[in-house]
Design a protein around this ligand. Structure first.
Ligand SMILES: [Fe+2]
Ligand SMILES: [Fe+2]
Length: 378
């Protein structure tokens, strides 16, 4: 037992030292420098060995305490970390199992910035200890302005990734995973789903903004159903990529300023199959991602496209959630040939589609959760 405790305390000391180096590298070198990736990877691998249980890091009276163990003996390393945390008004960080490299690198990058903003991630929560309860209170560093630039940044990132898509080129999965991770984290900080949605302002931006909105709405629905962890993340990723097949459809059809004629519509209906075929070739991708791309225009009653045989099994849960988000975002968005609808009008229309277009309990859950979020906003 003594030996085990000894090993554990050595690992904690190693973790503090590695974390300091990783943060310093992030301050010193440009974002793409190999040292940043290398030190982040090393620190995360030490941390992962400690994560059979959550790791709690606290600053109390200028002392660093990890899992109730004071780290005075680490000297300079722990002093540096305490200074960094204090500068950002953070007195506690909880690390939980399941941290992804993207999430960890983002945490290190946030810690390396001099401003006082902190950030919460799905498996890393930063904040201060509430003295009255002893519990961790997560900080919410977002102003409306922060949130708008955060959204614009994610839309821009997706645009760059999509612009590089070609039939036999690999997708930048790490970047896409990171976009999803950030939205999951932002929603978990009680930021209203309404504030996260972006308006669609132009035809050329439609696919990116719509894909981001559908991802947010799908994560929101999945969370409200109690889903978490990898499944929640995979649903977000599938939603983000649901319309990727549109990139293989002619721009004249995609950006047409008016309703599509019969032939154009027929061409457009190929996008689910194109998207699924493209995504299915990506190595290591979660199975749900191509499935959702294929099924998101199918309906609960077996109609929609691509056509399904009645004997085939019903839509995947992920596809049912994405179909709800997809229709909601499409109806609330402005088009030159019809006015945009207010959220309440859209919800009323969607309620009518329960049983035919959508799975009734899922659409009910969406409507109730959305209305609750809107009431909080008022
Ligand atoms: Fe679609
Ligand atoms: Fe869509």
């Amino acid at each position: 037992m003594a030996l085990e405790n000894g090993n554990q305390s050595d690992r904690i000391k190693k973790f503090v030292a590695a974390l300091n180096i990783a943060i310093s590298n992030c301050r010193l070198y440009s974002k793409d420098h190999a040292l940043i990736e290398e030190s982040g990877k090393k620190t995360l691998s030490i941390l992962s060995e400690l994560l059979s249980e959550p790791v709690e890091m606290m600053v109390i009276d200028d002392d660093l305490i990890i899992n109730k163990m004071p780290l005075r003996s680490v000297g300079l390393q722990s002093d540096n970390l305490v200074r960094r945390l204090t500068r950002k008004s953070i007195s506690r960080v909880d690390f939980m199992a399941g941290i992804t490299p993207g999430e960890f690198n983002q945490f290190i990058s946030t810690m390396s910035q001099a401003d006082s903003g902190s950030c919460a991630f799905p498996h890393i929560i930063t904040g201060h200890v509430d003295v009255s309860t002893g519990r961790l209170k997560a900080e919410c560093a977002y102003t409306d302005e922060d949130l708008n630039s955060f959204k614009a940044e994610q839309i821009e990132r997706l645009k760059v990734i999509y612009k590089n898509i070609a039939p036999f080129k690999q997708l930048k999965m790490n970047e896409l995973e990171d976009i999803v991770t950030r939205f999951v984290a932002t929603l978990s900080r009680e930021i209203s789903v309404l504030k996260l949605l972006s308006p669609i302002k132009s035809y050329s931006n439609y696919t990116y903004v719509h894909s981001i909105n559908v991802a947010i709405l799908s994560i929101f629905q999945a969370e409200s159903l109690g889903l978490s962890g990898k499944l929640l993340h995979d649903i977000g990723l599938a939603a983000l990529l649901h319309d990727v097949g549109k990139l293989f459809i002619s721009k004249d059809i995609l950006e047409k300023h008016g309703p599509l004629d019969e032939q154009e519509f027929a061409a457009m209906t190929n996008h689910p199959a194109y998207g699924a075929a493209y995504l299915a070739r990506i190595e290591g991708i979660a199975r749900i991602v191509p499935i959702v791309a294929f099924e998101h225009h199918q309906k609960y009653n077996g109609t929609g496209y691509p056509k399904q045989k009645m004997s085939e099994k019903k839509q995947h849960l992920g596809s049912q959630l994405v179909a709800i988000s997809d229709v909601f975002d499409a109806l609330r968005s402005w088009r030159p040939y019809r006015k945009s609808l207010a959220p309440d009008e859209v919800l009323a229309l969607m309620k009518k589609g329960a049983g035919a277009d959508f799975n009734p309990p899922l659409v009910d859950n969406f409507i109730t959760s959305f209305q609750k979020a809107s009431e909080k906003e008022r």
